[in-house]
Design a protein. Structure first.
Length: 205
């Protein structure tokens, strides 16, 4: 279940992260990573813009800004209580629960396992400052570096880093994300500087 202390609200931006239950991994193969993103597109893209993501073997990080109430009503069938903030929070939280549960069911079937795959509550943190916004994008992309899987974010295939560098159309909110840095060169330089710093606790407390 989601953490009830921090509500999810329209037009607000959040850092969302979760990890596997116990010592298991969330992803064992390239197909697992691909399938998770397919489910993510189904459940999260209609309700939020995504600025960054990184899928690691036993945990994941997301940076999203939820759409306005008007936008949500345009893509989501009417729900009882949706007009209240509490109802909206419940619906947005449920979409993440649907994502994690749907992926877990497919994962369990693929590997003939039972039980919870994710921890019971996914973490969330409101992004309330401009400096937090840019630093979080860089932190998420550098997460595989911090965990010593790779030496550079470009070496990790399961993050939005690569999408930021590609010219083709994408569902990622790439252009707005780049504008926060002032362009691609500033984006790359900022990530390079962040890679040198120990910023894990700043984002995961």
């Amino acid at each position: 279940m989601p953490d009830p202390r921090i509500p999810l609200e329209p037009e607000q931006t959040y850092h969302i992260w979760t990890h596997a239950s116990g010592s298991e991994n969330l992803f064992r193969s390239a197909e697992n990573y691909r399938y998770f993103l397919e489910k993510y597109t189904k459940y999260i893209y209609p309700i939020a813009d995504t600025f960054a993501y990184c899928l690691m073997p036993n945990h994941l990080h997301l940076m999203v800004r939820f759409r306005s109430v008007e936008e949500l009503k345009a893509v989501i069938p009417p729900l009882q209580g949706f007009e209240t903030l509490e109802g909206v929070n419940l619906f947005l939280s449920r979409q993440f629960s649907n994502l994690f549960n749907g992926y877990s069911q497919a994962f369990n079937k693929m590997f003939n396992r039972k039980g919870n795959l994710f921890i019971p509550r996914f973490h969330r943190k409101l992004i309330s400052t401009d400096s937090y916004f840019t630093a979080l994008i860089a932190y998420i992309h550098n997460n595989p570096v911090h965990h010593e899987f790779v030496k550079d974010p470009a070496e990790w295939p399961h993050s939005s880093w690569h999408t930021y560098l590609m010219a083709k159309p994408t569902k990622l909110a790439k252009q707005e994300g780049l504008s926060w840095f002032g362009g691609i060169d500033a984006f790359l330089n900022f990530h390079k500087e962040m890679k040198k710093k120990d910023v894990v606790l700043q984002f995961e407390d």
